[in-house]
Ligand binder design. Structure first.
Ligand SMILES: [Zn+2]
Length: 260
């Protein structure tokens, strides 16, 4: 059984000057309510690492909700909505941003963890990992895992790649420092259940302010035509990124593409 993993960033409750990746909390609730009304059940990314996961997903109504970055709205807005509908989510936090303005602090993360949410790594400082030296890459991968594990007393087996850029080197080192799973921003469905040894790589659908409710439904209902279109669009975007390099792509993106 194949399962979609959704990727959210920050939520907001007032419309003005919002970044592309942030979505209104009312739209988020509409999406979660749709999942609840239609019999979906949420799984944590951690469930992909358990061998008995396949039976749980047998009815095709499994969904994984993830958040990247560790914004304060994870705690103030997402958590109450998830709690209201009885859903759980996996939160990937940028460790050195914890406790800074607009981001969650350790007490928020402790409460989220107690409520059944999974807290996992999104690196230490949110760099493009594939552009780092081996030493810096090691630090980002290893220290973020160790700090979260010791401060929250939880296992951290998964990392979500900042900016979505990864290379074979990043994957190799992630496995070397003890991760069992890597979450990407590549759109696609994932197989839950018994899996071969080695690092598990999970695809995710990025949900932004521009994701219409109709498109949201197409993702969670696994409509083959829409999924194929997402993959094709991603392929074109990553070809451009490869040509320009990640830093230049993002500079260009924030200057021009963001406005359209
Ligand atoms: Zn991020």
């Amino acid at each position: 059984m194949r399962m979609p993993v959704l990727l959210y960033h920050a939520l907001f409750d007032k419309d003005s000057n919002r970044k592309k990746y942030e979505i209104n909390v009312r739209e988020f609730e509409r999406q979660i309510k749709y999942l609840s009304d239609n019999g979906y059940r949420s799984f944590l990314v951690d469930d992909f690492l358990k061998t008995d996961g396949s039976s749980a997903a047998a009815d095709g109504k499994g969904i994984v909700i993830t958040f990247d970055d560790g914004s304060y709205s994870d705690y103030s807005m997402a958590l109450p909505v998830l709690r209201k509908y009885g859903f759980t989510a996996t939160f990937f936090v940028t460790v050195n941003w914890i406790g800074t303005e607009n981001y969650v602090d350790w007490s928020h993360l402790g409460k989220m963890s107690e409520e059944g949410m999974s807290i996992q790594s999104h690196s230490l400082t949110h760099p493009f990992l594939s552009g780092l030296s081996r030493e810096d890459m090691y630090k980002e991968l290893y220290e973020s895992k160790k700090v979260l594990e010791s401060r929250l007393n939880i296992p951290v087996d998964t990392i979500s790649i900042p900016g979505g850029f990864f290379s074979r080197e990043v994957l190799r080192m992630a496995e070397e420092v003890g991760y069992r799973c890597v979450c990407t921003s590549v759109p696609g469905l994932n197989k839950l259940g018994s899996r071969a040894k080695g690092l598990l790589i999970l695809d995710r659908f990025v949900i932004t302010r521009k994701t219409s409710f109709q498109n949201f439904k197409a993702i969670v209902n696994k409509e083959p035509g829409y999924i194929a279109a997402c993959k094709a669009q991603h392929y074109v975007k990553s070809a451009i990124k490869r040509l320009l390099g990640s830093e230049r792509y993002y500079a260009l993106w924030s200057k021009y593409l963001r406005k359209v």
